[in-house]
Structures are given as C-alpha cells and as structure tokens.
Design a protein around this ligand. Structure first.
Ligand code: SF4
Length: 366
C-alpha cells in the first residue's frame, strides 16, 4: 500500500488507504466514499494493490461450458429477457443428448442454470446432473442457483438440505452465485417481486457452505439500484463469508438493458470498473473477484484486471442468458484468445478448475 500512496490524490481515499495499511476493516461509509471519489485512478491503484497482495500477477480462467437447459420459467422478472412462457416462439428445452454435446473431455467445469420450468419435476434437474457426471466423471459440475434450489424444495416438497443432498449425490460439486440480484426489498418489489429475496438467498448459501458445498456470489447492478444498495449488498455477503468462508468468488454483473426499458443505457465502463474496485476493497475476505467478460465486454474486462479483478470466468462455449438480453460480446471465446487478452493486460494467465485449483500457469510476462 505504501508504494501507491503518491498515486492517491483524494483526501477521503488517503484516509481509507491509511485504514487498509493499519489492517482496519472498511465500513459502509468507506464503501460510499469509494464509490463517490473523483480519484478514479487512485481507487483503481488501491484495488489493484490489494488484488496483487492476494493473487499476485495471476489472472484466472476456466475451460468451461454454460448450459441453460430451458428458458421456460414460471416467473416473469422484469429485468429478464431470457425467460419465456410455454408456446412462445423463443421457448426451448434441451434434451439430455443436446446437453451432453455441450460437454467434452477438455472441459473442466459446466455451469448449469435455467428457468423454473412449470412441468419439470425435480428428477429432470437431477437427471441432467447425473447424466453429465456419468458420461464425464472428471468435469466439475456447478449447478443451480439458490432461486432454483428454493423452487426444487417447493415442487418436490423436500427441505432445502435434502434438495442439496440429492443434488450432491447426483454429482453437483459447487453452486453458482446467480439469483442474488441486489439485496434490496425496494428493488425486489419493482423488478422481481415473486423471486426469493436476500434472507432466503443467504440462508440457502449458508446451508450449502455448512454442508461443505462451495458457492459463488453475484450482484446485478446498473438498473434501478443505488450505490448505497450495492454497498449494503456487498457487506451482507462479507458477513456471511466471515461466518462460513464458503464463497469462492464475487461476480458483479453489469445489467444488460436489452429491450426492458428499465434504464436508457447500461452502466458506463467507468462505473463497471469502479464497482469491481469497490468490491475488491470492501470484500476483504473474498480471494477472487471476477470480471465477467460476457456482460462487461472484452475491453472493460481486460482493464478490470488492473482494477482489482483476478478472474475472467472462462471460454463458456455458447452463452445464452446475457445474449438474449442483447449482450454484444461473443458467445464464447477460445483459450488462446483469453491467454492473449490476459497477457495484454500485463497479467499471467492461469488455467483453473471450478475450485480455483491451478491447472496450468502459462508463462510469465516478459
Ligand atoms: S431471472 Fe430467472 S427466475 Fe426470473 S424470469 Fe428470468 S429465468 Fe425466471
């Protein structure tokens, strides 16, 4: 931290820098000051310094596939352009063969998330996991958000614990972090009134962590939420992480405006980078902060590797959810492309698995 002192010009940031140097924890007011600072580069330098203390020069990615088995969903969240009702022209259901065709021996992790289907029993979701596990025993399976787990518990009339047990028996390794959106009753009432809110989301992840299931955490920003709500959201995640140490990564998701008309334009590149930097500084108990290239676009993602992020997600294969909402990034990237992007950002590419074990370190930066 000392080495960046002369790069910080805002007195408010200097105070926060001193706190970090003294090993004191940042609080809500600090989070708000970080968001408000006009010293954008000073903020980035601080976040970058903390990132380097935690993960050095490394920038992680995984050879992965996203699988969204169906977009048919009983809910109609206002911000969602992925979901469809039965009979809609864009509604789809993937067969098990189609799902298996997305996997491969070179794939380290599959990420499975989809709609809350009105007719599928819990067994269909279990079968998806079981079939992948049987055919690809070495793939790590990251499956189903807390929103889906809550839904399974209701349709199968099983406790959340039983649902998680069954999923684990079927082959699920970890949970994704989606469905958290923003922990705000005000936003929930407007954008996703029927979906679970903060308390059930946090309770399900707490339970998963206690059962030894690692998970991830997200924040959907850039719509009607305030910066204050973003800070409170991050602090709630930090509290749970203090308790369980079960989160693998935090992923700020930049809202894709699409045709929702919720806001006129997406968050700016500066707001994206600011949100990543604030997350890195506030979430002192998270090792990994992810710049999700699908939603940020490639240029902002590369910059984010110098603003506190240490992970880009992965090759993905064929992303559906954000692209149905108009994301203009590619639907998938090659491993070589990601390596080049990470090197261009001055970082060392590290191929990881779903638990952040290092599978390969691809040379050092000259
Ligand atoms: S965000 Fe999820 S739960 Fe809400 S409508 Fe879309 S798919 Fe359904």
């Amino acid at each position: 931290m000392e080495r960046i002192r002369n790069r910080v010009t805002d007195p408010a940031l200097k105070g926060i820098l001193q706190k970090l140097q003294d090993g004191r924890r940042l609080d809500f007011e600090d989070g708000m000051a970080l968001f408000a600072t006009p010293d954008f580069l000073g903020l980035g330098a601080m976040a970058n310094d903390v990132k380097e203390q935690k993960t050095g020069e490394d920038a992680y990615f995984v050879v992965n596939r996203q699988i969204n088995p169906s977009n048919i969903c009983v809910l109609s969240c206002k911000f969602c352009e992925f979901a469809a009702k039965k009979g809609d022209s864009k509604a789809y259901e993937m067969s098990l063969d189609e799902i298996l065709a997305r996997c491969g021996d070179d794939v380290a992790e599959v990420h499975i998330v989809g709609g809350l289907h009105p007719d599928w029993p819990f067994d269909v979701y279990l079968d998806i996991v079981r079939t992948i596990r049987k055919n690809f025993p070495r793939i790590q399976i990251k499956a189903y958000t807390a929103v889906e787990v809550d839904f399974f518990s209701r349709i199968a009339k099983l406790s959340v614990e039983k649902v998680l047990e069954r999923l684990r028996e079927a082959g699920m390794d970890t949970m994704p972090g989606g469905g958290a959106e923003v922990f705000s009753e005000r936003v929930k009432k407007d954008l996703f009134p029927q979906k679970i809110g903060a308390e059930p989301w946090l309770r399900i992840h707490r339970l998963a962590h206690r059962m030894g299931i690692r998970s991830n955490a997200t924040l959907l920003y850039g719509h009607i939420e305030t910066r204050e709500e973003r800070v409170r959201h991050m602090l709630l995640l930090r509290d749970l992480q203090d308790e369980t140490h079960g989160f693998l990564s935090f992923i700020p998701l930049s809202f894709q405006v699409g045709t929702t008309q919720i806001v006129d334009r997406p968050a700016s590149a500066m707001e994206d980078l600011r949100t990543i930097a604030v997350a890195r500084l506030l979430l002192d108990n998270f090792v990994h902060i992810k710049a999700y290239w699908v939603m940020l676009g490639l240029d902002v993602t590369a910059m984010a590797l110098n603003f506190g992020a240490d992970d880009l997600d992965g090759t993905i294969g064929k992303e559906t959810i954000a692209h149905m909402a108009g994301a203009d990034s590619p639907a998938g990237l090659t491993r070589n492309f990601l390596v080049g992007m990470i090197r261009e950002a001055g970082r060392v590419p590290v191929v990881r698995d779903g638990l952040y074990n290092k599978l390969e370190v691809i040379g050092s930066v000259a």
